[in-house]
Design a protein around this ligand. Structure first.
Ligand code: HT7
Ligand code: ZN
Length: 879
């Protein structure tokens, strides 16, 4: 497969002003008529018109009314070139596609018999020939024609201009998008759907029609998405002065979808998972996900659609910025300081769980990649979540007002343009009169920087010296790294636990100083420090780095008890836990993976107890503080990974907490009940989270009473959060009643696809589940590989979320992985390729596991017929 390089970017040879698309929709044979006006791009030396097309049949091609024959154009792979084209032309292209056989879910496809599209990144070329690249922006008019009975609803981007009946039981709808857009934002839906709709008044007094479209029977699950949409619109107005620029904004939910959702202009298409919710079927986490994703897609209307990317290497320009915006939205929706901190802690967990490992593996790439084989492989945690951290660092460095000035200038300069990450950085620099040249390295260098902190208090001089040394490990293609520009937020705690006032270079910094680390080795001196402080470094996780500092247990306990920065308070607890988990993992491994004579010290248990019972702290914070680092975070700290040893050590800690804090856990279980009507507000969510964590710990060392508690919660649950938590506790405790509870759960919810996904996922993740049980589950009548949510719920959850089952010593998990990657690849390369990533870090496992893993990777790589998506991932893993 061909590698595409960022350095090879050239401007498009021709620009498109208008596109008129006509669709005669038929699942077995859809005819697409495309009439576009094109003109030569003065910025390009090229004289050929370049159009992309994939998996479509070309029926006719006319240039200025003249039919082009074989000699008039050249087709090479997916590229169609028309040499010697005039300066301006009207191109008419007729093509045929087969939506019902399109299992890739890219382009035009059918789901449950209806039509949907997904065009990002390069799906539009599966619909018609077009210069399918984001820097070609055109005005679209779309005529849809389809059977009226089967597809009563016909939607596309922008405004509905006209609709009516046609002969033969068909009907039509004509849509016009008033804004020019790249082809990846095109969308259509032709389906049997119903909608919840509302007229919503915008800040400037205009009214917009908001609609949430779902299949019949799901109208009882659209309220939260609608409410989230209204909150998103209001928030964008209030925080950024950004208004909805359309008269109509539609969300459509579809059951077959590769990702979370898609921000098509005015017609967002969503995975049902991020639309459908009511207390009976959705958990607190589902509700939070809906708010975040509805916000994310809506915010793309400005950061992505009005200002888009010049090329796909700039993907983080829109994705990093929009994730940052949705993170801020979720935090603002909670409003309280602790609430904000809890959302921040969640973000840090995601980075450590997924992004740091990616940055240290064979697929490591900069936030703005330099090359790719398949762009779909670069919708990654690095581009999204690390990209959001990079945006957040501008705000930390420039302050909220400075960042806002930069955003305003960015929109002023680039509205309706396709631009680059450099354009964003320059807007930030220019709006604030700052030089952000060195900051560019966050976009160009991969890998997670390590910051080593050394401290010294000079009693006599009353100074406190903080020395920071930064480095960054090599990543594929980048052996050496230059120093980053890193904002390090620091506080100093006095012996009474309160923040000390901070002065650096004669400047008063309040109680948190944002230090700018730009050199590889830099020293900062705090003056007027009259007592030996405890340093709280990297407050609010001010940069996506690994901070190393030789904290003593006493210092960590001090921070865990007192730090005014809740993120670092949580972090101190994580450090305490991690040191124990690493030690215990070593002990388990040396004993041949036997849990024997392990011990957890009182210091740790007492610190956990203190947080657990501290009623002055929000339950949501206490829950986060009591959660242990995950197995994969522990693995990340080790040179050689033995997944079973890690699992056993972590289970021991969970069970020991459950046993030694039993009284306190039971008290918190009772104190954090949320009786009455279910509500997904932050306070109730926090209480349920703490209560259900208590239940999980109690059942990590289950006695009859804990099992009975779980059973009682399962039987009496009035919402899905409590029901799933209880079921999961029973399953993980290997309770005799678990099988019956699972069956009852399935019987009750078999008609709810998203709940059936939970049912599969819970079993796939249970450490008692081995590859044979997964194979058995795959024969269940509700299982299919064709639906991405279902495939992910069972196969991906097992391979990426069940370390014990997947890493079975005989390699059977890896053989299963290879089979499923190959089977999925024939259906849906995007889903297959994500599953393929489960083996990214195979070189870190014990030698026996490595040998099995390598064999499985080679088995996949050796397939004659493999998508570029999967070939790139396994190729890089084996390189
Ligand atoms: N911008 C959207 C990306 C997306 C996507 C990409 C590749 C293949 C399928 C896809 N579906 C959606 C989603 C987002 O970031 O908002
Ligand atoms: Zn996005």
């Amino acid at each position: 497969p061909q590698t595409i390089y960022r350095k090879d970017y050239t401007a498009p040879s021709y620009l498109v002003d208008t596109v008129e698309l006509g669709f005669d929709l038929d699942p077995a044979r859809t005819v697409v008529a495309n009439r576009m006006t094109v003109r030569r791009n003065p910025a390009s030396a090229q004289r050929e018109i370049e159009l992309y097309g994939e998996d479509i049949e070309l029926v006719a091609l006319r240039l200025n009314g003249r039919t082009l024959g074989e000699g008039d154009y050249v087709v090479e792979g997916n590229l169609l070139r028309i040499p010697n084209a005039p300066e301006e032309a009207t191109l008419e292209i007729e093509t045929i596609c087969v939506p019902e056989s399109n299992t890739t879910l890219s382009g035009l496809y059918t789901s449950n018999g209806s039509f949907y599209t997904q065009c990002e990144a390069e799906g539009f070329r599966r619909i018609t020939y077009f210069p399918d690249r984001p820097d070609v922006m055109a005005r679209f008019t779309v005529m849809l024609r389809a059977d009226k009975d089967k597809y009563p609803v016909l939607l596309s981007n922008g405004n509905l201009i006209e609709e009516g009946d046609l002969d033969g039981g068909r009907h039509y709808a004509l849509w016009e998008d008033p804004f020019k857009k790249p082809s990846y934002l095109f969308a259509l839906v032709a389906a049997r759907l119903v909608c919840q709709e509302e007229n919503f008044e915008l800040a400037d007094g205009r009214t917009a029609l908001l609609q949430v479209w779902v299949e019949e029977g799901n109208l009882d699950k659209t309220d939260y998405a609608m409410q989230s949409l209204k909150h998103s619109i209001r928030w964008d107005e209030e925080r950024w002065n950004l208004e909805l620029d359309l008269d109509r904004f539609m969300i459509v939910a579809v059951g077959d979808f590769n990702m979370g959702a898609m921000e098509n202009k005015g017609l967002n298409i969503f995975n049902t998972k991020f639309v459908l919710a009511n207390p009976r079927v959705a958990t607190d986490v589902d509700f939070q996900g809906i708010e975040a994703v509805v916000g994310h897609e809506y915010f793309h209307n400005w950061t992505g659609n009005r200002v888009t990317c010049r090329d796909w290497f700039q993907l983080s320009l829109k994705e990093g910025l929009t994730v940052f915006r949705d993170q801020e939205f979720s935090a603002d929706m909670i409003g309280t300081n602790t609430g904000r901190a809890v959302t921040r802690i969640d973000q840090v967990r995601t980075l450590r769980q997924a992004q740091f490992p990616e940055d240290a593996g064979p697929m490591a790439h900069p936030v703005r990649p330099d090359s790719f084989v398949e762009i779909n492989n670069f919708y990654t945690v690095t581009v999204y979540e690390k990209g959001a951290e990079v945006v957040r660092m501008y705000q930390t460095l420039l302050g909220r007002d400075g960042f806002r000035k930069g955003m305003d200038l960015y929109f002023q300069r680039h509205d309706e343009q396709a631009v680059t990450c450099d354009d964003f950085r320059l807007a930030m620099a220019d709006a604030n009169g700052r030089d952000l040249t060195q900051f560019e390295r966050w976009y160009s260098q991969a890998g997670t920087p390590v910051v080593q902190a050394e401290t010294r208090w000079d009693e006599q001089a009353q100074t406190y010296t903080l020395r920071l040394i930064q480095s960054c490990p090599p990543t594929p293609g980048q052996a050496e790294k230059l120093p980053f520009h890193i904002p390090i937020a620091v506080g100093l705690l006095g012996q009474d636990g309160r923040d000390l006032p901070l002065t650096v270079d004669g400047k008063d910094h309040g109680t948190t100083a944002v230090l700018e680390l730009t050199e590889s080795d830099q020293t900062f001196v705090f003056t007027g420090v009259t007592e030996q402080p405890t340093p709280s470094i990297l407050r609010d996780f001010s940069a996506p780095v690994i901070l190393k500092h030789g904290y003593s247990d006493a210092e960590l306990v001090h921070l865990f008890s007192h730090d005014s920065d809740p993120v670092n308070r949580w972090e101190a607890g994580q450090r305490l836990a991690m040191s124990r988990l690493l030690k215990l993992t070593g002990q388990v491994a040396s004993a041949g993976n036997v849990v024997d004579r392990l011990d957890l010290d009182d210091t740790f248990i007492d610190a956990m107890r203190k947080i657990l019972v501290d009623d002055t702290l929000d339950p949501s914070f206490r829950e986060q503080a009591l959660l242990l680092p995950t197995e994969s975070m522990i693995a990340d700290q080790l040179d050689v990974v033995d997944p079973l040893a890690i699992h056993l050590a972590r289970q021991f800690v969970r069970a020991d907490i459950g046993a030694r804090l039993r009284t306190e856990l039971l008290a918190q279980y009772d104190a954090n009940q949320t009786p009455g009507e279910y509500s997904p507000d932050a306070e109730s969510i926090g209480k349920r989270a703490l209560k259900n964590l208590a239940l999980a710990y109690l059942n990590a060392a289950p006695d009859d009473a804990s099992l009975a508690l779980a059973q009682q919660q399962f039987d009496g649950a009035t919402n899905m959060t409590d029901r799933v938590a209880a079921l999961s506790a029973l399953v993980h405790a290997r309770a005799p009643a678990a099988a019956d509870a699972l069956q009852r759960f399935y019987d009750e919810f078999q008609g709810e696809a998203l709940v059936v996904d939970k049912w599969f996922a819970m079993q796939a993740a249970a450490p008692t589940t081995d590859v044979n049980s997964v194979r058995e589950l795959m024969t269940h009548k509700a299982f299919t590989l064709r639906n991405p949510n279902r495939a992910r719920s069972l196969v991906s959850t097992f391979c990426a979320g069940n370390a014990v089952g997947f890493h079975a010593p005989d390699g059977s998990g890896y053989g299963f992985w290879a089979e499923q990657v190959i089977a999925l690849d024939a259906l849906n390369p995007q889903v297959a390729s994500r599953l393929a990533r489960a083996m990214d870090r195979w070189r870190r496992y014990t030698p026996d596991l490595q040998a099995h893993m390598k064999r499985a990777l080679q088995q996949v790589a050796g397939q004659a017929k493999l998508s570029n998506d999967v070939r790139e991932v396994v190729g890089k893993a084996l390189a």
